[in-house]
Design a protein. Structure first.
Length: 231
C-alpha cells in the first residue's frame, strides 16, 4: 500500500483512510476479525470468500468517487496495475483471500499475529483453501509456519511495484511436525540469503490503530497469554 502513496510527505493519513475504506468494503463483501488485548484494538484481519475473490469494480469506483482527494491519478494507476498483477497469481481453484492482517506496532513480536492468524484459519469452513499476497519478506516465515507455501514471487505493475510473494494454503494438508515447519522456514531464509537480500523491516504507521473498525466482533486475548511469545 505504501507504493500507492510513494513520494507523499505524510503517507500515514492516506494509508489510514485506505484501510478504513478497505474495511468498509470487506464488511459488505467478506468477513473481518479484530483482535483486542485488555479491551484495546491491537490487530485486524480482512477476508474475502471464494465467491468474491476481489472487490467488485463498481464498488471500488463508487468508493473512489466518495473520496476524490485520497486517490490521485498516480495512486489509481498503481492500484489497478498491482491488482491486475495479483489477480494473475491467484489460484485457479476456489479459495478464500486474506486481504490484510496487521498488528499495531506496539503489539508486534509478541505472538499476536500468529494468534490472530490461527483464529482466522480455524474459523474457515472445513476443507477451505486460502491464499494471500505480501510485499513484506519478514511476513513469509510466519505464514510458512501456519501451513502456507510460496506459490510465486513477482514484481507487480510491470516491474514497477514492490516485490511480492503469493502464498497458498491448500484445503487439505497433513499436520506438519515442528521439525518440518522449521525446515521449510529455514529453506526460505536460506534462499533469501543466496539472493543477496535481507528481509526488509516494515513499519506500520502509528495512526493505523485509528482506522474505523465498526461492527466487527472482537477476539479477546488476555495479556498473560501473550507474555514471552514471539510472532
Amino acid at each position: 500500500m505504501r507504493y500507492y502513496f510513494e513520494g507523499d510527505e505524510d503517507r500515514s493519513e492516506p494509508v489510514r483512510k485506505t484501510m478504513t475504506l478497505a474495511t468498509s468494503l470487506t464488511l459488505r463483501f467478506g468477513a473481518a476479525f479484530r483482535l483486542d488485548l485488555d479491551g484495546q484494538l491491537i490487530g485486524a484481519a480482512l477476508l474475502l470468500p471464494p465467491a468474491v475473490r476481489d472487490f467488485p469494480l463498481s464498488a471500488v469506483i463508487a468508493a473512489v468517487l466518495r473520496t476524490p482527494s485520497l486517490w490521485r491519478p498516480r495512486a489509481l494507476r498503481r492500484h489497478f496495475g498491482v491488482a491486475a498483477s495479483i489477480a494473475a497469481h491467484r489460484p485457479p481453484f476456489p479459495s478464500w483471500v486474506l486481504l490484510s492482517l496487521g498488528i499495531e506496532p506496539a503489539g508486534q513480536h509478541r505472538g499476536h499475529g500468529s494468534y490472530l492468524l490461527e483464529h482466522v484459519l480455524q474459523s474457515l469452513p472445513p476443507r477451505s483453501a486460502i491464499c494471500l499476497e505480501t510485499d513484506n519478506e519478514r511476513n513469509v516465515p510466519l505464514y510458512l509456519r501456519h501451513g502456507f507455501d510460496v506459490a510465486s514471487e513477482f514484481v507487480p505493475h510491470d516491474g514497477k511495484g514492490p516485490r511480492t510473494w503469493a502464498m497458498r494454503r491448500p484445503c487439505i494438508r497433513l499436520r506438519e511436525t515442528t521439525a518440518q515447519a522449521k525446515g521449510r522456514r529455514r529453506e526460505f531464509i536460506a534462499s533469501a540469503s543466496t539472493r543477496g537480500r535481507r528481509p526488509r523491516r516494515h513499519h506500520v504507521g502509528r495512526r493505523w490503530r485509528r482506522c474505523e473498525w465498526p461492527m466487527i466482533a472482537p477476539i479477546a486475548r488476555d495479556r498473560r497469554c501473550s507474555s514471552g511469545q514471539a510472532s
